[in-house]
Design a protein around this ligand. Structure first.
Ligand SMILES: Nc1ncnc2c1ncn2[C@@H]1O[C@H](COP(=O)(O)OP(=O)(O)OP(=O)(O)O)[C@@H](O)[C@H]1O
Ligand SMILES: [Mg+2]
Length: 389
């Protein structure tokens, strides 16, 4: 079995286990929340009746308030466990997300810079506007909490096509057209232990009273209910990207069609990526559509490979955050030796210093991780075909 198949197989197994776990937790939570919701409803009704028939009473007011808080908690849990009916309608995500972001802006501290990017033609999805707002709010709140000293919040709306080629990085997807909303921050990031549990209800690393640990559980449940899925990418100390995929309206597309549409070429590409799964998936994908790929597992090796093969290379595809020699440093070294080679950065985070580093270099582009096959290959083709400087 080829390396990328093994990597992909493992990723699929992990995703399946994760999905099964969430399914079980969801069913259990849903059943409990349903019962509690009814009990609290009964308590609130009785309390309301008592208020009507008796003189003002502080204890009674407190009781009502407590029951109300309990009802809200149960409501959130129902959102997670998908026991809630959605009010689905065609929604143009680009406009809607921009609108929500404008209202959320006011609640964010001034030391957080907000960036918004979207495709020119917005994608239409079938979604419940109130729930989309809830999803976005939870993600933005987490991003804010992860950046206590400030940073950059980057929100991106893109149309995306997912096919079998995306399985290794997006296990268990239904092939088709989607619209993705990515919320990235330059905050604390998550370690592997946190990442593994982040969707569990009541899982929180925040102080008592600050977080209830329901934000991501709700995101998971609500996204699932929209027949979408959510993908997290995070590096400790660097930041996090949460990418939510909503199925586009008219998304039915045979798998083969999605595969055929992947743009390829025969140029030689230097691939520099320290994450072995990402590297093997990217390599497998690029080779499948005809490119010749030289892979390097870090910046230093990337530079050495570049120097040994510079005459034949057309493009460098590099990760940004790597130990020792970062993608930006690699770029700077390579630029000193060649003014024209195209460089495509891939990163999970907004790079505030990106423009500072690359200036007005037109032979440079950027693709957000976790990318889809069509996104990556589209960006590679576009950059290769852009006019030389
Ligand atoms: N963008 C992020 N950056 C870093 N860590 C995150 C991020 N998003 C989530 N987490 C981690 O995942 C945990 C669970 O997130 P979740 O939103 O479910 O709960 P919470 O934020 O702790 O509480 P709540 O959302 O209920 O107020 C967080 O406590 C945090 O450790
Ligand atoms: Mg939260």
């Amino acid at each position: 079995m080829a390396a990328e198949d093994v990597g992909g197989e493992r990723a699929r197994e992990r995703a399946l286990l994760q999905a099964e776990k969430m399914e079980t937790i969801g069913r259990l939570t849903g059943a409990i929340a349903q019962q509690f919701s009814e009990l609290l409803g009964a308590i609130l009704t009785r309390a309301a009746a008592l208020t009507q028939s008796s003189p003002p009473n502080r204890d009674l007011d407190d009781l009502k308030e407590t029951a109300q808080r309990g009802a809200e908690l149960a409501h959130k849990l129902l959102g997670f466990s998908r026991h809630k009916a959605l009010d689905l309608q065609p929604l143009s995500l680009t406009e809607y997300v921009r609108e929500i972001l404008d209202t959320l802006r006011r609640d964010l501290p001034g030391n957080i810079e907000i960036q918004f990017e979207a495709d020119d033609v917005g994608g239409v999805v079938e979604a419940d506007p109130a729930e989309v707002r809830q999803i976005l709010m939870n993600l933005v709140t987490n991003a804010r909490d992860a950046m206590p000293k400030g940073g950059t919040l980057h929100v991106e709306v893109r149309r995306a096509r997912l096919g079998a080629a995306d399985r290794p990085l997006h296990a268990w997807i239904e092939p088709g057209s989607y619209v993705s909303v990515a919320v990235s921050d330059t905050g604390t990031g998550m370690n592997a232990a946190t990442l593994a549990r982040v969707f569990e209800p009541f899982f929180t690393t925040k102080a008592l009273g600050v977080g209830t640990g329901l934000g991501m559980a709700m995101v998971y449940g609500l996204v699932k209910q929209h027949k979408g899925f959510v993908h997290l990418y995070s590096e400790t100390g660097q930041g996090t990207t949460a990418k939510v995929y909503f199925p586009a309206v008219y998304r039915r597309m045979p798998l083969e069609a999605a595969e055929e549409n992947l743009p390829g070429g025969s140029e030689a590409i230097l691939l520099v990526e320290d994450d072995p799964t990402m590297r093997s998936v990217a390599q497998g994908l690029l080779e499948k559509v005809g490119y010749r790929v030289l892979a390097a597992m870090n910046g230093e090796q990337g530079l050495a490979t570049y120097r040994a093969h510079r005459a034949e290379l057309h493009l460098v595809l590099t990760d940004v955050i790597m130990p020792k020699l970062s993608g930006f440093q690699l770029y700077e070294s390579i630029r000193r030796e060649s003014a024209t080679i195209k460089v495509l950065f891939m990163s999970g985070f907004p790079a505030p210093n990106y423009r500072k580093t690359v200036g007005l270099d037109a032979a440079v582009a950027f693709v957000t991780k976790p990318w889809t096959a069509s996104e990556l290959l589209g960006r590679v083709r576009l950059l290769l075909e852009s006019s030389p400087r």
